[in-house]
Structure formats: C-alpha cells, structure tokens
Design a binder for this molecule. Structure first.
Ligand code: KG4
Ligand code: ZN
Length: 340
C-alpha cells in the first residue's frame, strides 16, 4: 500500500490531496483564489503567491484529516514544479521539500500538464492506450498522443492564447466577471447554442491552435455593432442581454468547432488511437462535452472526460501521477527546483 500526498500551487488554486494505490482518491481539498483575482479580471501573480503562503498549511492539513491520514502514514510527496507562475510554484515546492526533509520521505516533482493529461483516470481507470488527449485550460491548449502512463507526445499546441483565455478575454470585453468560461456557457445556454456571429475558425495546417484572432474578431464585431468604445476600452451595452447571449453562444460554438476539426485531424494522423479524452478547466463545459462525445461516437472512439472537480486545477491529479512515477522509480531529490 502506498499513500501519496499531492500538492498543487501552480496558479490560483491552493490544493492538496491524498491518493492511495489500491483505494484511489482518499481526499482532494482546494482553496480557490477566484474572489481575490476577480477584481482585476485575471490572476495577479503577487497576490496569488501571498495567498498560497497563507493557505498551504491548512489545506494540506485538511487533506490529511479528510483522508484520516497522518504525515507519518504518507509514503511519497508529489508536488507540481512546472509549468506555472514562479512565485506560486515556489510556495508548493518549498513546502513539499521542507516536509520531505523533515519527515525523511521521497519527493517527486510533477508536470502540471501531465497531471491534467492523466486526470481522466481518477474517475475512469480503464481508459485504453493509445489515446488522444485534448487539454484545454486557461493557460494551455494542446493535443497529445498518450501511449502509457508518463508516455505521451505533444502533437500540437496553441501558438498564442489558450482556449480558456479566449473565454476569459471575451468575457472581460463584455464586462463579465473572471473566470469567463462558466459565465459565457450560462449565457450561451439561454439562446440554445446558435451561431449568430459566425466568428472565424482559424485553420492551421498542422495540429496547432490559434485563438488570439478570435478575441479580435469579437472585439471588431462589438465595435461594428456600436457596443464597444475602443478609445475608452469600454463595453457600452451592459444591459443588452440579447447581445451578450448571442456573442457567448457564437464564441462557444466556434471554439467547439475548432476542437472538433483538430480532433478529426489528430485521428487521421493517428488512427491507432482508441479513445479521446478532454481535460482542463474548459472540459467543465457541458456543451463541449456533449458535442465532442457525439463526434467520438460517430468516429467509433470512446470518449472520456473527468468529473468537473478534476477538470479544473486540483491536487488529486498530481498525487495520481506521483503514484505511477513512484511505481516506475522516478523520484526527484531535495535539489528539486521550479521551472516556468
Ligand atoms: O484548468 P484550469 O482550472 O486552470 C488552468 O490551468 O488554466 O482552467 C481555468 C480555465 C479558465 O480560463 C476558465 O474560463 C475555463 O477554464 N473554464 C471554462 C468553464 N469552466 C472553466 N471554460 C468554458 N466553459 C466552462 N464551463
Ligand atoms: Zn491547469
């Protein structure tokens, strides 16, 4: 029996979890800083690291309590050490190193993206290899071929903004709160996912993505409709629900189409892939989940997506990766450092 303590502080969530190799997730606890950053329309790195510093101790303690575990029962400490905001990563890594040193336990540095890539296994242990994984969050949008635990190849990635960033930036244009994805989804639901505005589906020859043009297209659409003042950088129709719904719906349909195109292309390039997984914060979106699920059914592939609490940043996925790395004997040491 192996118990892993997972710690995640790469961005604006302070998270800790306990995973056990035979029983799975014993606890997964999280403090979200959304209310702190909401005021600024995005994550403020300095505020993020200060908040991690305040919360890390109580969050780790409650993850242990919920798992009915004591530090002495922990066998391995797994901590996100890349990529992320340096000041945020440092809090988790320093805390984990101090624990590992004081308790004389092994430590493993975990790649946050690898955590997302394997997050569907937290709720579905039988996902076949090889499969294609679409990772879509606020910081990353990439597509991987996943051959086994820890064995994955990057097939394409965004050249500019991440998909979640496109939701966040468009929400900000319309004066909507951060994070934008859930608000845009709610507005889009009210007009039943109709594509009113026909925003461009940026098509690249390979499996890369590009979302920055999409934000610009929405901006010019709003300007042309007299709804945005470029000079003042101000949305002029905060009470026009119909406009907000139409833009949200069109944006969501557009991003979903871009995902569908790239999944189809990835499957053409790798027909051996037996399944598709969708991970990261954007994977919370019910419309995207439904549309990609239906596409996979048509293409004769299984489709897996984690429970929403494991789509967004969490430490259970970090502990899960820590478990198979420990099994593979891939440990770090106390020289472990952060990497942006
Ligand atoms: O994975 P995550 O929690 O953090 C990063 O690693 O970035 O993802 C956060 C991103 C935000 O951009 C947020 O707007 C987006 O995920 N998101 C959504 C939804 N819920 C969160 N995007 C679309 N629809 C949602 N329901
Ligand atoms: Zn993430």
């Amino acid at each position: 029996m192996r118990k892993i303590l997972g710690i995640e502080t790469s961005c604006d969530e302070t998270a800790a979890a306990v995973y056990e190799d035979t029983q799975g997730i014993l606890s997964s606890v999280l403090y979200s800083q959304t209310d702190i950053h909401k005021l600024y329309g995005g994550v403020v790195p300095e505020l993020a690291s200060r908040s991690h510093l305040q919360k890390i101790n109580p969050i780790v303690q409650s993850a242990l309590n919920e798992a009915h575990a004591k530090l002495d029962n922990i066998d391995v400490i797994a901590v996100t050490n890349k990529p992320g905001l340096p000041g945020s990563l440092l809090i988790g890594v320093c805390f984990a190193k101090a624990l590992a040193y004081a308790l004389d336990k092994p430590i493993i540095g975990i790649n946050h993206i690898e955590g997302h890539v394997f997050s569907p296994f937290l709720t579905n242990p039988n996902i076949p290899f090889p499969h294609i994984c679409l990772t879509a969050s606020g910081g990353h949008t990439s597509i991987y071929l996943v051959r086994g635990f820890g064995d994955y190849e990057l097939l394409g990635t965004t050249r500019d903004d991440a998909a979640g960033e496109a939701f966040d930036k468009v929400a900000k244009l319309m004066g909507l709160p951060y994070p934008g994805g859930p608000v845009i989804e709610k507005l889009a639901t009210q007009v039943n996912f109709v594509d009113f505005c026909k925003y461009p589906r940026t098509k690249l020859d390979n499996l890369d993505f590009s979302f920055s043009g999409l934000k610009t297209a929405v901006l010019y659409d709003l300007v042309n409709k007299g709804a945005y003042d470029m000079k003042e950088k101000k949305f002029l129709r905060p009470h026009d629900d119909q406009l907000k719904q139409e833009v949200s719906s069109s944006l969501l349909v557009c991003i979903t189409d871009i995902f569908k195109n790239q999944i189809k292309k990835a499957l053409k390039a790798h027909p051996e892939a037996k399944a598709i997984t969708l991970v990261g914060g954007v994977a919370c979106n019910k419309y995207i989940r439904k549309e990609l699920g239906e596409l996979c059914q048509k293409l004769g592939r299984e489709f897996f997506v984690p429970a929403p609490k494991y789509c967004t940043d969490n430490a259970a996925m970090i502990a899960f990766v820590g478990n198979y790395k420990a099994e593979q004997g891939k440990f770090s040491d106390l020289e472990l450092d952060i990497l942006k």
